[in-house]
Design a protein around this ligand. Structure first.
Ligand code: ATP
Ligand code: MG
Length: 388
């Protein structure tokens, strides 16, 4: 009997021609995420990937595997040779363990997937055999409609027996949808936006704006912690840190007070756009959410969007705050996000922001600013760190 983690791949299985590339990518990501944790062979067979367990570290393995996008379910399983004696032994072992963990379970159902079409019994017949074995050895009953647990039997060249399917995040392996530059603030939204796009296979690097010395070094540390949370899903992250204070001072001097925020936003977007061009990002990602604040009205978004020709992903655009908070809590960024540190945007916050900016109006307000040299200067002074 060999313990393995059986990994279901969901939509990865559907990827047709690209399937092989996706699978290789996924296996590479699994290897990377399991670095430093003992495990045996990693292999794939008929649409699933398997990781052999070699010591008593299943919980650690499961936690790491949950952070690999492309995996839909993790099933801690027993693998045996496909013959009746070994299969029976595996069933006894797995059901015994399950009932020790869940003494409240009273009913079960057998569910066989017969990948080996040459096996002499049909799925139904195998289910009946499994049912018989469990009924004879344990104090539980069959319930085909609403069982407390399933006894799964994946019958292939080898056979895998399990009762538990642990939900992972699904999605697509890292980098299968290009590189994205995430505008990461210290708030709740942008880490969630990064997570959602990383889940769709976008490889993420982060761009953060601060207003040092108005914002503190500890505020920046907080944002780096958020970046490292994203790195736990998407692998190594480049963290670009730009001081936007010189630009804010210029805007404050030369543009109308009620347009401070929206003009700063346009500078953030211009800097992101230039960085994306210089460093080969396919997309820019923000945590913008329609109507949440003044700069995220239809007019605000339009005016911000007008300074970039890159594809801008705003995965939170139509979500409610409660749903965003749910995801932030689930992925572990919420507690960090709500730490009360200053944010660069609050340094020169207008009392009555313009809620209906237009592109022409804002361009007029920006006419005294030397946009190109402000952008170039900010990027020239940018600091880059790598976050593992
Ligand atoms: P968040 O929770 O992400 O801070 P928010 O609701 O506070 O979002 P805004 O502050 O209006 O929204 O920012 C909208 C988006 O602009 C953010 O989600 C982020 O992508 C980007 N952004 C805002 N401030 C910064 C910053 N200091 N550095 C980098 N990006 C920023
Ligand atoms: Mg913010």
């Amino acid at each position: 009997m060999q313990r393995v983690m059986a990994l279901s791949l969901g939509e990865l299985v559907l990827k047709g021609k690209n399937r092989h590339t996706f699978l290789q990518k996924l296996i590479g990501d699994i290897k990377k995420n399991l670095r430093g944790i003992d495990h045996g062979k990693i292999y794939h067979n008929m649409g699933k990937v398997y990781v052999e367990v070699v010591e008593d570290n299943e919980e650690k393995l499961i936690n790491r595997l949950k952070h690999v996008f492309g995996i839909v379910y993790i099933a801690p399983s027993i693998k045996v040779e496909t013959n009746p004696e070994e299969i029976e032994e595996a069933i006894l072992h797995v059901v015994k363990e399950t009932l020790e963990k869940h003494p409240e379970y009273k009913t079960f159902k057998a569910q066989t997937s017969r990948g080996d079409k040459t096996y002499p019994l049909t799925s139904m017949e195998i289910n009946n055999k499994i049912g018989g074995i469990v009924l004879k050895n344990f104090d539980v009953k069959v319930d085909v409609h609403n069982p407390d647990f399933y006894v799964y039997c994946d019958l292939k060249k080898d056979t895998y027996i399990y009762t538990e399917k642990i939900k992972a995040y699904g999605g697509l392996p890292k980098g299968t949808n290009g590189r994205g530059l995430l505008l990461l603030s210290g708030g709740i939204d942008s880490p969630v936006a990064g997570f959602l796009m990383a889940k769709r296979g976008v490889s993420i690097d982060c761009l953060h704006f601060h207003s040092y010395p108005f914002t503190s070094e500890r505020a920046e540390e907080k944002v780096k912690t958020l970046a490292s949370d994203i790195a736990s899903f998407s692998g190594k992250v480049n963290f670009y840190s730009v001081n936007i204070l010189p630009i804010q001072k210029e805007i404050n001097k030369k543009a109308p007070e009620d347009e401070m925020t929206i003009i700063s936003r346009r500078f953030m977007m211009r800097i992101a756009n230039k960085l994306a061009e210089e460093r080969g990002y396919d997309s820019i990602i923000t945590g913008e959410n329609l109507g949440q604040v003044a700069s995220q009205t239809i007019g605000g978004l339009q005016v911000t969007n007008a300074v970039t020709d890159k594809l801008v992903f705003r995965p939170l655009i139509g979500m409610d705050k409660v749903n965003i908070i749910d995801i932030a809590t689930e992925i572990g960024t919420y507690e960090t996000s709500i730490l009360p540190f200053e944010d660069c945007c609050t340094v020169f916050l207008p009392k009555h922001p313009n809620l209906r900016p237009t592109i022409e109006g804002i361009e007029e307000s920006e006419k005294d600013l030397d946009i190109d040299s402000l952008v170039e200067d900010a990027i020239a002074k940018m600091e880059v760190t790598v976050i593992e």
